[in-house]
Design a protein around this ligand. Structure first.
Ligand code: ASP
Length: 409
């Protein structure tokens, strides 16, 4: 997308977010009538995820040309993502200890909304989720992790086949370009989609007054999460400047559409096509971008990790349970794992939080206390999740030695 068009789209997105917020605030439930427009936008984005992830990973890995380079880039990405997630949880713990949001909370005010369905979320389940017996079934159910693992293996195998592998790689190269082309078309519709998503969600939450009523009961908790997310965003900006040597303002300008879409969809997977477009416009190294972003959108969730730490400490404080330093360290490790295990879909973090609650022996019913405003905090943390992925691509793109990439061409 040309710079002029990119700036116009960014302005339209800002207007759409504000207009959506104001309309949902004033007209409340009446705005549910535009929900279908948001649904249309979201579904169109989701339609691209599987082919885009497959084509992106296969061409990214095949472009590296050599399994050792894949090891280096994979190792670097996973290490970087693990480190930033640990930083995020530490900030979450710090915020929860500073704000003490759960102290004095009335335990009877918890929501009676149905508790999230809790699947298998143990450590071994996490490892088992890396492979799937039927790749078509994984694609049909949007299970991205086994698709990524399969595509890495396929690309690695294709590069060992020399001439025979080339047409297959060329096919995925073409598929990737075509998908990015469709992303460009869908982006034109993004401001309308974002407006509809925000207006209808705020509307279905009961409009402005109901939202503030929900928020006021949990104001301290929301502030602890939001201030933590802002602090982590500042850390990511620093990493962007120091490790990727990029201008924060410039990068944010390219990522604006993706970040606002993340806020309105609460899904980092659905936002992935736009994240890819933004990172491409920012000129991040192609191979890093193609490999690192799908991986990041699936396993790297800084915002979710931070939120889980605050939420778990909030629940402990509300129940009057004092978590020792050792237990808080357990929260550090388990929240990191829980965030890796969370899918990039709305409210996934709420479900994997069970890992953390169980690890430190807290009542699972505590989740009911934070349900009321989770839809809003989900949007905030998803925005940071997407920003974290994008910064990761820029950092890895710069840190993988340049001559590796030159030789791989
Ligand atoms: N909605 C988040 C995402 O898609 C995951 C979460 O629930 O924290 O990134």
């Amino acid at each position: 997308m040309r710079e002029g068009a990119e700036n116009k789209l960014l302005m339209a997105m800002i207007v759409a977010i504000l207009a959506g917020g104001v309309s949902g605030f004033i007209w409340g439930e009446a705005m549910e009538s535009v929900a279908w427009l948001g649904e249309l936008f979201l579904t169109a984005l989701k339609m691209l995820i599987v082919p885009l992830v497959a084509a992106s990973i296969i061409t990214g890995v095949a472009g590296l040309g050599d399994v050792r380079k894949l090891g280096r880039m994979g190792g670097l990405s996973v290490t970087y993502y693990a480190c930033t997630t640990l930083i995020a949880v530490s900030i979450g713990l710090l915020m929860a200890n500073l704000w003490q949001p759960g102290v004095g909370v009335d335990l009877t005010t918890g929501s009676n909304a149905p508790k999230p369905e809790i699947g298998d979320v143990g450590v071994t389940d996490l490892i088992l989720s890396l492979v799937h017996s039927n790749i078509v079934d994984a694609a049909a159910n949007m299970k991205l992790l086994p698709i990524i693992v399969f595509c890495i293996l396929l690309a690695a195998a294709l590069t060992t086949l020399a001439e025979k592998g080339k047409p297959v790689i060329a096919f995925f190269e073409g598929l990737n370009e075509a998908m990015m082309c469709i992303v460009g078309w869908i982006m034109i519709f993004a401001p309308i989609g974002v407006f509809a998503l925000i207006a209808s969600k705020l509307g279905s939450a009961g409009g402005g007054e109901a939202f503030f009523a929900q928020l006021s009961g949990l104001a301290k908790y929301a502030m602890a999460v939001i201030s933590g997310l802002l602090a982590h965003a500042a850390v990511l900006c620093m990493l962007l400047m120091v490790l990727a040597r990029r201008s924060v303002a410039e990068y944010l300008r390219h990522m604006g559409t993706a970040l606002m879409t993340a806020f309105s969809t609460a899904s980092s997977s659905a936002t992935l096509p736009l994240t890819m477009d933004g990172v491409k416009a920012a000129g991040v190294d192609e191979k890093a971008r193609r490999f690192v972003l799908p991986l990041g959108a699936t396993i790297n969730m800084d915002g979710t990790a931070l939120y889980e730490a605050v939420a778990v400490l909030f629940i402990a404080q509300a129940y009057g349970i004092d978590l020792s330093f050792g237990q808080q360290m357990l929260v550090l490790v388990t929240a990191t794992m829980a965030a890796i295990g969370a899918a990039g879909i709305p409210e996934a973090g709420l479900v994997t939080m069970v890992i953390v609650l169980e690890a430190v022996g807290l009542p699972l019913e505590g989740i009911g206390l934070i349900l009321a405003i989770d839809w809003f905090l989900d949007r905030c943390r998803t925005t940071i999740n997407v920003f974290g992925d994008a910064v990761g691509a820029a950092v890895v793109g710069r840190m993988v030695p340049h001559h590796d990439q030159q030789r791989a061409k």
